[in-house]
Design a binder for this molecule. Structure first.
Ligand SMILES: Cc1ncc(COP(=O)(O)O)c(C=O)c1O
Length: 407
């Protein structure tokens, strides 16, 4: 593998950007030859600066639902850009998009648009606290809700006071949730939940019905708001809010990533119950109401409604999962797979079932040589652009790597 240009860029970045690349897109904890920069993206593929092509299973950490550079979505974006994008007030696209989500998403009566998932979760927090003037907010231990003072997984630069009114519970554990609710007492403002357990490194788990219903019941009993953080799972699990499948309706849901197929847009959706509180908080941003990403989101929603993207991504994910199960059996390599097939976490375990980070890093590292981009410890994402032949190529590479590692 050639790495010259990537290395050169990394070296230059380190001089002018803290950490070279910061946040979730830093590959600092992955194998040293993981590309840190990409020169080109199309469909299911990325190209690094040294000319190597990769089948990409990360989809930019979620935003790519229909593949990079999707012609129709990008045309909607560009056409809108030529009319009006960011202006002194929003365009009609904002009204149309809020109307479209109110029709599409069962619990949703209204939307507020923003740029990043963290904007949406922070707004949800403010709405929930303002709703009945209460303070305590329940969050599952290990769940990710963004990167700002109240929720960043790394506490540097934050104060204990920023997190003074958060209580943690164990995801999928109704007893632990009830204990946290009791601790919050009359001061319970909200419960945050992700659609399934999709924490880094941990085995992914579907939502347990007792747990989800306990969260709904506690919010009803205490006149608090249930917030479903669908930033990562939104439109990847269902064509509705992700908990629609288990018939548990949140009061607020937060969305981002896939909404506009990679164009910058996030959203807080809510039911009528929370509308007055949402109307009274002050939130805004210079670029939040830009029209071009909203035009892209309208086109993305049209494709969500009119194509079999969901069935296709599930089928492709399942084909990879089945193939990897066979490879694990054949080679003896303990390939651990969890999560929805279209959002899988794939890691390598030790014989006793615990994670082996070294082997997980090595597996992803070896796949790079075959032009396959896996993440060694974060859940991955399938876009609609992944094809049967991509899966065949991926499985053939996985087999070679697993045979070499399993020996
Ligand atoms: C569940 C969840 N919530 C919130 C966020 C924050 O979104 P953003 O990175 O767009 O701020 C993420 C990002 O990965 C996420 O997965």
């Amino acid at each position: 593998m050639k790495e010259e240009r990537n290395k050169e860029l990394l070296e230059r970045a380190g001089k002018v950007i803290p950490n070279g690349v910061y946040g979730h897109m830093s590959v600092g904890n992955q194998s040293p030859r993981t590309p840190q920069f990409y020169a080109r993206a199309k469909g299911a593929y990325l190209w690094d600066y040294d000319g190597q092509r990769y089948i990409d299973y990360m989809c930019a950490f979620g935003p790519q639902l229909f593949g990079y550079g999707h012609e129709e979505i990008d045309a909607a974006f560009i056409n809108q850009l030529r009319e009006v994008d960011i202006a002194t007030a929003p365009s009609a696209r904002m009204v149309e998009l809020a109307e479209a989500y109110a029709k599409q998403i069962t619990h949703c009566d209204w939307s507020m648009f923003c740029k990043n998932g963290t904007d949406a979760t922070s707004m949800a927090l403010m709405v929930a606290r303002h709703y009945r003037q209460k303070r305590k907010v329940l969050i599952a231990s290990g769940a990710y809700h963004g990167a700002t003072t109240w929720c960043s997984p790394v506490a540097h630069g934050t104060l204990p006071e920023d997190r003074a009114h958060f209580i943690h519970y164990e995801y999928n554990n109704a007893e632990s949730l009830r204990a946290a609710v009791a601790e919050a007492g009359d001061d319970l403002a909200a419960i945050f939940a992700t659609p399934h357990k999709h924490d880094i490194i941990a085995t992914q788990e579907p939502p347990d019905l007792d747990y989800a219903r306990a969260a709904r019941a506690a919010c009803d009993e205490h006149d608090a708001l249930l917030i479903l953080d669908d930033v990562r799972g939104g439109f990847r699990i269902a064509r509705d809010c992700s908990w629609q499948a288990i018939d548990v309706a949140p009061d607020l849901s937060t969305w981002g990533k896939a909404l506009a197929n990679g164009h910058a847009l996030s959203c807080l959706m809510g039911s009528d119950k929370a509308k007055a509180a949402a109307s009274e908080i002050f939130v805004t941003g210079s670029f939040w109401m830009a029209a071009a990403p909203m035009a892209a989101a309208l086109k993305t929603l049209e494709l969500i409604q009119s194509t079999d993207y969901l069935e296709h991504t599930i089928a492709m994910g399942q084909a990879l999962r089945n193939g990897l199960e066979g490879i694990a059996k054949e080679t003896g390599l303990a390939i651990s797979q969890s999560g929805p097939a279209q959002m899988p976490l794939i890691m390598i375990n030790k014989e006793d079932g615990r994670r082996d980070m070294k082997l997980s890093l090595a597996f992803a590292d070896q796949l790079l040589e075959h032009g396959i981009l896996f993440h060694p410890y974060h859940n991955m994402f399938f876009s609609n652009a992944i094809s049967d032949s991509d899966i065949d190529q991926t499985l053939s590479a996985c087999q070679k790597v697993a045979r070499a590692m399993g020996q």
